[in-house]
Design a protein around this ligand. Sequence first.
Ligand SMILES: N[C@@H](CCC(=O)N[C@@H](CS)C(=O)NCC(=O)O)C(=O)O
Length: 123
Amino acid sequence: MKLFIKLIRNLLGLIIATVDILTRGSKQKRTAEKQQSVEAEAQNMALYQFFACPFCIKTRRAIYKLNLPIEKRSASEGSPFRDELLEGGGRVKVPCLRIEKDGEVEWLYESSEIIRYLEKRFA
Ligand SMILES: N[C@@H](CCC(=O)N[C@@H](CS)C(=O)NCC(=O)O)C(=O)O
């Protein structure tokens, strides 16, 4: 039964992820100079996520729209990034945005918080 529920969840996630890719529209446009500086800032971030998680899809959609090349790290079972997330952030819950700034590392959980943070910083 547990396996069946997991299968249905993954299937739904896959459908949502596909619909998202087909409907996400255009990316934010910036001058070449501004885009370059945004890309440099994005290098100090990484999104820990599951491919089919609806909260991760929502967050990836916002990242796409904001035109941010943030690295995506799968936190699925067996991935070394899962242990990294647990050690650094304290729990395996996705999405989680790892932000490195001025030598400090912040682990930001909650899709709405992550999107709010990115929109405030980059929109
Ligand atoms: N309110 C959270 C929900 C995140 C969430 O429930 N993520 C699930 C995957 S879809 C998860 O990480 N579950 C693992 C756990 O809670 O231990 C958000 O918006 O980010």
